[in-house]
Design a binder for this molecule. Sequence first.
Ligand code: PLP
Length: 382
Amino acid sequence: MSVDLFARCRDYDVARAARAAGVYPYYPVFAGPGGPVAELDGRTVIMCGSSDYLGLAADPRVIRAARDAAARYGTSRSGSRMLNGGTPLHAELERELAAFAGLPEALLFPAGYQANVGAIAGLTGRRDAVLVDAEAHASAYDGAGLGPGRALRFRHNAADDLARRLAACPGDAARLVVVDGLYSMSGDACPLPAMITTCRRYGARLLVDDAHGFGVRPLDVTGVDLLTVTFSKALASVGGAVLGPPEVLDYLRHHARPEIFSAVAPPASVAAALAALRIAAAEPWRGERAIAGAARLRAVLGTQGHAVPAGAGPIVALPLPDLASTLAAWRGLLAAGVYVNPVVPPAARCGLRITITAAHTGAHLDAVAAAFAGRVAPPAAR
Ligand SMILES: Cc1ncc(COP(=O)(O)O)c(C=O)c1O
């Protein structure tokens, strides 16, 4: 008598039921390149569900860099960087990332997810404690869970709760605190000075995951021990990096399993990220424009009667009461030609996540606001 491992898959009918009801919001297939508008199921929609914050994923300069790199270095190094090596582009991107961020050195990872998992799990030992903000990305939790240390959660953006938990750690535990620079779901920023002060008081090291802020808004890294970034958002590519002191990065080169046991990012991805980074540095108006567009949308939604949380970046979060109202709002907006991301369980709160990029025009933002006016009921009308 044995149990079939696949039985749980046959019993899992949540996605099947959602597809049958026409409310399945995941794995859409877009035709054509990224940009402020996209083609979905033969229709043109305004794209407010992408993290291409600087509007560079379809930029001819970025595309040309990727194409040239593939022609010069091939499509893959076909293995890990440790054994199979990188290209001069990999080293160049590391140098320019470090200079841009104002930190000594950078180490590339195949993805931002792997940068977090590799840094957190790679650095911590059995006696150590990893304290993660309640709204930090899943990769921070996965890194804390994969490592041999104790994983602890503290209240979102609450330095007092962090202090309490740090104080309760055993004296022989090294402590790593993990926060996001800009939170991906709520769109709010980390109160970094308070976190830095708290970490210093308890001798903890601070890792800031700036996946959503890097290249979009400046970050003062004074007092930040480690920074992780991703290329899958503002840098119009895929890949990630850990930035910090050379001795820590050298340790990670030999202890971060996602870097050692996974293939190095391909030259085209690295070249695209490098081209996008140079554009981000030369054209700071792009990040400013995305942030201003999001602020404008928050204000308009506020005048429509929505309770929109304050945000510091290009992400607009709109909480909704439950799964049904979230899927209805998502579907209504899609019918009106606006693509946003529904946030549903297992996320802590239901609602919509709307992202604004530098490529959105005033006309796009007006059209998004008009779509909301007809399709998403504010609290007073529910
Ligand atoms: C805060 C945060 N960190 C890390 C990641 C992982 O980045 P990547 O897409 O490069 O794996 C994401 C991706 O959504 C994220 O939102």
